[in-house]
Design a protein around this ligand. Structure first.
Ligand code: C2E
Ligand code: CA
Ligand code: CA
Ligand code: CA
Length: 277
């Protein structure tokens, strides 16, 4: 069938994190790397489950380290947050993502880009105005920029974060709740913030076709999201069996190694060519 054909099992060269799990960096290392523009974005496709059509790209940060090669976000995001450098990193990454979005629009591709937002930057209530100015400068519709926010994000500095999120929504940006179901307060957050998308965490998606509990959780989350007029994205889809289950459960979008790994912007056209073949 068509979906099976679409799932050519093409995946781009692995752009995953550096294998070493305990790299140690200092604030000075990070500041120098920021000044030298060593933080780059890779992009992972989000596709519609029904048709396979590409609808969005999630931007994932990598450190293109001069000696170590590509270093994954787990190795530097926590230090970026604790040192406050995350504000500068976020501004630079948003600039990169918007440049890519503009480039896609110039090629007649209205593909949303999703950027991951740290809880720390949500304490900055100026952020919505700044992001809005950036989109205006490039004549980009704010709704094409999705901001992915993890649930745990919302717990600290709740009042401020909620205010920033409400302002982002008022400016027209799309808000996505990331890793849904892994925090403590899923339900509470949902009725306080107008999210347009709910991302089902990989831990539920993995082998869900073989696990009744996971399947039930996915089904409940999809029903909840649809009742609240939100779209659903399953993350970490690695097998055809998982894909078929998601299709049965009316999940809107899928993301994962089955479809495509995070890749450099220059590899996207080749991925798309193979995917739509
Ligand atoms: P996330 O937002 O949940 O992103 C999904 C992670 O799962 C990514 O890891 C991605 O490469 C990986 N992944 C995608 N599909 C599959 C799959 O099918 N199987 C498996 N096993 N893994 C898959 P990555 O790029 O290492 O990012 C890890 C986390 O770091 C992200 O989790 C996100 O929370 C954070 N992060 C990444 N980029 C940024 C950023 O620019 N800013 C902030 N604040 N956080 C970021
Ligand atoms: Ca994410
Ligand atoms: Ca996620
Ligand atoms: Ca996740």
């Amino acid at each position: 069938d068509r979906i099976r054909e679409l799932l050519m099992l093409y995946s781009a060269p692995d752009s995953a994190a550096h294998p070493v799990s305990s790299l140690h960096f200092t604030k000075e290392n990070l500041q120098e790397a920021l000044d030298d523009n060593q933080f780059i974005l890779h992009y992972q496709p989000k596709v519609l489950v029904q048709s396979g059509r590409l609808v969005a790209l999630e931007a994932l940060c990598r450190w293109s380290h001069p000696d170590m090669g590509l270093v994954g976000p787990a190795h530097f995001i926590p230090l970026m947050e604790s040192t406050g450098l995350i504000h500068e990193l976020t501004q630079r990454l948003i600039d990169q993502a918007l440049k890519q979005l503009r480039n896609n629009l110039d090629n007649n591709k209205a593909i949303a880009i999703a950027v991951n937002m740290s809880p720390v930057v949500l304490t900055d209530t100026q952020l919505p105005d700044e992001l809005y100015k950036k989109t205006r400068a490039l004549t980009i519709e704010p709704e094409l920029l999705t901001l992915e926010i993890t649930e745990s994000t919302l717990i600290e500095n709740a009042a401020r974060a909620l205010e920033t999120l409400a302002r982002l929504k008022m400016k027209g940006f799309s808000l996505s709740i990331d890793d849904f179901g892994t925090g403590y307060s899923s339900m509470q957050q949902l009725n306080r913030i107008p999210f347009s998308e709910l991302k089902i965490d990989r831990s539920f998606v993995q082998s869900a076709n073989l696990d009744k509990t996971r399947k039930a959780i996915i089904e409940a989350n999809i029903n909840l999201a649809h009742t609240l007029s939100m779209e659903t994205v399953a993350e970490g889809v690695e097998t055809l069996a998982e894909w078929h289950l998601l299709s049965q459960l009316h999940c809107d979008m899928a993301q994962g190694f089955l479809i495509g790994k995070p890749m450099a912007a220059e590899d996207l056209p080749e991925w798309e060519r193979q995917w739509t073949e």
